[in-house]
Ligand binder design. Structure first.
Ligand SMILES: *Cc1c(COP(=O)(O)O)cnc(C)c1O
Length: 383
């Protein structure tokens, strides 16, 4: 136990210690924390659906009909009509043969990647992929090679050297969560075809935001490739909880039989699935939500870049503002909090050393005045 205490002290010294803040209101553009109201600019509730009353109503109705718990895992007796209805809706949304639900995006990556990868395979993974992909890769006992961020030349070299493996699996985020940039999927999909590799896309941040009706990164980039396995979450722009894999019927049948984080866990509450089905409807007809989201994003990003902040990516709705060291990033976050703005500092191991940042996420729900207040507070830092 002494060693744990020592580790905690080290984390504090390095400005890497993390603590929880409790939100005492619903998730929205403004939240109450410790009895004070803050403008929230670090949530993934991009379309403002987390507190949408129509979704809450769908959940309540399902609770009235089905009760709360699912009682067992999906393969035993936990599969209920809201689960299967949602899976069918996801397959239609993603234009795939089939889809399977997982209890979270983290579980989806763990269950998908470990099921389809064996010890004679090789995983080629973008260096900035999400932690759940890294953890899943460790579980597979396959060889794992991480290629430099979006570097398709090096990915191709890795593929050339990987012909001796039984399967080659390429995994990339569609939109990178901490940088907000988009993977070069056209090139990666072509490489996957050329080198007989399976391509998995984690579309957590694009689902609901990019592409027609919020279909995601593939649609956004005009890629139609039925061999790609797409994972997405219902917890971010969709405003609910849970996640999915959308793919061919064979892949989904295989996951039902082999995916341990699908098999050995209790099914999501049916109300959770019913809420997500309603939310997916709102997402698909949500062009106006997406237009307002990007209006807000463009407005705040324009002001920040105009003022000289280091904003490396302009491709999506995620605005990374690179600060550098952990102490500075924490200092800025604290300064913002003192000014009524809630944005957490992002530090290692979530991002590489010296690239600590604020990850600013305006949503559909923010007003220009709220964004102006955040910008003014950023500008006043150390002024
Ligand atoms: C958030 C996220 C996940 C995990 O999804 P949850 O539903 O929150 O568990 C997986 N991959 C990426 C890229 C993410 O950003």
């Amino acid at each position: 136990m002494k060693r744990i205490a020592k580790k905690l002290t080290e984390l504090k010294k390095a400005h890497l210690y993390r603590r929880l803040n409790t939100v005492q209101s619903r998730q929205s553009a403004k939240v109450r924390v410790d009895g004070k109201e803050y403008i929230l600019l670090s949530s993934n509730d991009y379309l403002g659906l987390a507190s949408d009353l129509r979704i809450a109503r769908a959940a309540k109705d399902a609770i009235d009909e089905f009760g709360y718990g699912a009682g067992a895992s999906r393969l035993v007796s936990g599969t209920m009509s809201p689960h299967t209805a949602l899976e069918a809706a996801i397959a239609r949304f993603k234009c795939t043969q089939s889809a399977i639900l997982y209890n979270s995006g983290y579980c989806a990556n763990i269950g998908l990647i470990s099921a389809i990868t064996g010890r004679n395979d090789i995983i080629l993974s973008d260096r900035l992929n999400h932690a759940s992909i890294i953890d899943a890769s460790l579980l597979t006992r396959a060889k794992v090679r991480r290629y430099p961020h979006k570097d398709t030349a090096i990915l191709e070299r890795f593929l050339q050297n990987a012909k001796g493996f039984s399967k080659r699996i390429i995994i990339t985020d569609g939109v990178f969560s901490m940088d907000g940039d988009i993977a070069p999927l056209k090139k990666i999909a072509a490489l996957a075809k050329e080198y007989d590799a399976i391509l998995i896309i984690d579309d957590a941040h694009a689902t609901g935001v990019l592409g027609a009706g919020g279909k995601g990164t593939m649609d956004h980039l005009g890629i139609d490739d039925k061999n790609v396995i797409q994972m997405g979450t219902l917890s971010k722009a969709v405003g609910c909880f849970g996640a999915f894999v959308a793919a061919s019927q064979d892949i989904i049948d295989y996951l039902i039989n082999k995916s341990r984080s699908f098999i050995y866990t209790t099914a999501l509450p049916p109300s959770c699935a019913a809420a997500a089905k309603k939310a997916l409807q709102l997402v698909q007809s949500g062009d106006d939500l997406r237009r307002r989201l990007f209006e807000n994003v463009d407005y705040l990003r324009g002001r920040l870049t105009g003022a000289g902040f280091d904003v490396p990516s302009r491709e999506t709705h995620i605005i990374p503002v690179i600060i550098g060291g952990a102490a500075d990033a924490v200092g800025l976050s604290r300064h913002l909090k003192d000014n009524g703005i809630f944005i957490q500092a992002i530090r290692p191991p979530t991002v590489p050393e010296c690239t600590c940042r604020l990850r600013i996420t305006p949503t559909t729900a923010h007003t220009k005045e709220e964004l102006d207040r955040a910008f003014d507070a950023m500008l006043n830092w150390r002024a």
